[in-house]
Structures are given as structure tokens and as C-alpha cells.
Write a protein that binds this ligand. Structure first.
Ligand SMILES: Nc1nc2c(ncn2[C@@H]2O[C@H](COP(=O)(O)OP(=O)(O)OP(=O)(O)O)[C@@H](O)[C@H]2O)c(=O)[nH]1
Ligand SMILES: [Mg+2]
Length: 312
């Protein structure tokens, strides 16, 4: 009998905790986009990591926060759904943000983060399942503050093991991976050995453009924007021609996304094209269009295509 084993692990947490960074690090290649902004990840994405004979199927999830819009509700619902279905759950916490709250000097975003963390802790307690706590960004805080965070979250009674990690430097991450392997069940791997992600290339391509767009556009614009890969054409010379549309909600946003003399969309396209060429290991010809589609966030097809529940 083969000794292959599989553990499906959901990585859950408040927006900006570093979930996508952690999944990318464990997988060893970029499967999920990362930005300094909240709500970067919009739908669960799977990354596959191998440790010995154990395949860790890591589910990067959207951040859990107080949802307002339909898309927010679907994102949060998807995160909880991924946790329900997984063999193990990691609650990833932005430890420096939490420490600032404990010390009574939170920034406005820390206040939201603390509320989201409390919401997640309560959610796990309600389901009664034991969750692994991973305190992230330990590179960005002093040790005593970290111990205070660990103590305060452990006292909630919602957590089993506690790990202190940096998804950025890798500090402590292998110890977490080893512990997650303990949740594995004997059985054949879910993915072939050389597969790192299960999202189709056109989805990954749209995500890459969305990352560049989130880094480049500010205020509410990134949150009211989505990207679709409209066509993907393999050419005889080994290159690929990719056409994408950036949908925005209003004409004012269209002007911002295009920029003066088209320089914003050009810069987004150049950064995205370079990353796609590396990710897909071939030359990429990328064509970006910017279109107004008022109410794109309430269109049913958008949800189905990303595995999100329209009526969440
Ligand atoms: N200093 C430090 N920064 C980190 C670490 N891990 C992630 N970050 C940064 O935190 C920010 C958010 O990282 P993401 O991986 O996008 O966070 P996320 O939890 O996936 O965020 P959402 O998808 O918006 O929910 C980025 O700027 C990362 O570079 C870490 O260990 N240390
Ligand atoms: Mg993310």
C-alpha cells in the first residue's frame, strides 16, 4: 500500500493578515496575489505543497470582516465554507496589529482588525472545532508584545496549538507545516506532484492584473474594479496573446484607471505582462481594455465563475 497522505488546510483570518503570503511561501511559488491593501483575495484559491509523502492542499481564503456589499458577503461566506470543509484550519493573525490594540494604541485599521479577529474567534468557538493559531509578522514586533498577543488569544479557549511565524521571512513556518501534516489522512494525492495551483491559467492571469491594479489605484477604485480574461490564444511561436477587460463601476473610475495619456493602464499592463511571462514561462502579449460596467458586482455570472455564492 502507498503511504501517500493528504491534508486540506484552510488558512483563515482578518483581511491583510498575510494569508496569501503564507500560502505562497508554503507552496514555494506565487499562487495568490498579495498587496498591502485589505480585501485583496476575493475567492478561495488552492495551493499545493508537498512535505515528505504528505500533500498539503492549502486554501487561501478571502479575509473575514463585517460585510456590506453582496460581494463582501460572498467572500466572507466562502472563507467560512473553506474552513468547514477542511481537515485543519489555521487562523492567521496580524500580531503587530493585535499588539497595538492590546497596548491601547491601535490605528483605525487595527481597530477593525481586532473586531474581525474577535468575530473569527467567536465563529470557531460556535462550531466547537479546534483551530491552529498562527501569529504572523513576528519580524515586525518585539518579543514581549508577541507573548502578550499569544496569551490573550489563547485565553479565548478557541485554539489548540499556537505558532509564531513570519510569512515574509519564513521564520517558524516549517514548524507550522510539520504540525499541519499531522492532520493528513492516508490516501492518494489530490493533485499531480508538479501541480502548484488548481486555478485555470486565465484566472491566474486576471488575478495578476488585479494585483498590479490594486497596487496602482487608490481609495475605493480597486474595490469597485474587477478583471476578466476575455481571450487566451496560443501562437505558433510559443507565445500567448491575452486579452483582458478591467471593469470599473463609473466613468470617473475609468478615467482614473486609464490615466493621463493612458499611462496608468500602460503601467499596469507592463507590470502584469512581465509577471505573466515569468509565471507561464513564455512570452506574453497582453491587451488591456477598461470598460464601465455599473453593477458588475451584482452580476450572477461573476459569482459562479469564482465559486462564490451569489445569495450568501
Ligand atoms: N512584516 C511582515 N509583513 C507581512 C508578513 N506576511 C505578510 N505581510 C504583508 O502583509 C500584507 C498583506 O499580505 P497578504 O498576504 O496580501 O494578506 P491577506 O491576509 O492575504 O490579505 P487579504 O487577501 O486582503 O485578506 C502585505 O503587504 C504583505 O507583504 C510578515 O510575516 N511580516
Ligand atoms: Mg489574500
Amino acid at each position: 500500500m502507498s503511504d501517500e497522505a493528504v491534508a486540506v488546510v484552510a488558512v483563515v483570518g482578518a483581511p491583510n493578515a498575510g494569508k496569501s503570503t503564507l500560502v505562497n511561501l508554503l507552496v514555494g511559488t506565487k499562487v495568490a496575489i498579495v498587496t498591502h491593501k485589505v480585501q485583496t483575495t476575493r475567492f478561495p484559491l488552492r495551493g499545493v505543497a508537498l512535505r515528505g509523502k504528505t500533500q498539503l492542499v492549502l486554501i487561501d481564503t478571502p479575509g473575514v470582516f463585517a460585510p456590506k456589499r453582496r460581494l463582501d458577503r460572498a467572500m466572507v461566506r466562502a472563507a467560512w465554507g473553506a474552513a468547514e470543509d477542511a481537515d485543519a484550519v489555521v487562523h492567521l493573525v496580524d500580531a503587530p496589529a493585535h499588539a497595538r490594540s492590546l497596548e491601547g494604541r491601535p490605528t483605525p485599521s487595527d481597530v477593525k482588525t481586532a473586531q474581525d479577529v474577535a468575530r473569527i474567534t467567536e465563529g470557531f468557538k460556535a462550531t466547537g472545532r479546534t483551530v491552529t493559531l498562527a501569529l504572523n509578522k513576528v519580524d515586525a514586533m518585539p518579543r514581549p508584545a508577541l507573548l502578550a498577543v499569544a496569551k490573550s488569544l489563547h485565553e479565548t479557549g478557541a485554539y489548540g496549538d499556537v505558532f509564531m511565524i513570519s510569512a515574509q521571512t519564513g521564520d517558524g513556518v516549517e514548524a507550522l507545516a510539520t504540525a499541519l501534516c499531522a492532520a493528513a489522512k492516508l490516501g492518494p494525492w489530490l493533485y499531480p506532484e508538479d501541480q502548484a495551483a488548481d486555478a485555470p491559467a486565465r484566472v491566474l492571469a486576471a488575478e495578476i492584473t488585479r494585483e498590479k491594479l490594486m497596487l496602482r489605484l487608490h481609495d475605493e477604485v480597486p474595490y469597485e474594479t474587477t478583471v476578466e480574461t476575455e481571450s487566451w490564444t496560443e501562437r505558433k511561436d510559443g507565445s500567448v496573446r491575452i486579452e483582458q477587460t478591467i471593469f470599473v463601476a463609473r466613468d470617473s473610475q475609468r478615467r482614473i484607471a486609464i490615466g493621463e495619456k493612458g499611462q496608468t493602464v500602460k503601467a499596469i499592463g507592463e507590470a502584469a505582462r512581465a509577471e505573466m511571462a515569468a509565471a507561464f514561462d513564455r512570452p506574453v502579449h497582453l491587451f488591456l481594455h477598461v470598460k464601465v460596467r455599473e453593477g458588475w458586482a451584482d452580476e450572477r455570472s461573476l459569482y459562479a465563475a469564482r465559486g462564490l455564492d451569489y445569495d450568501a
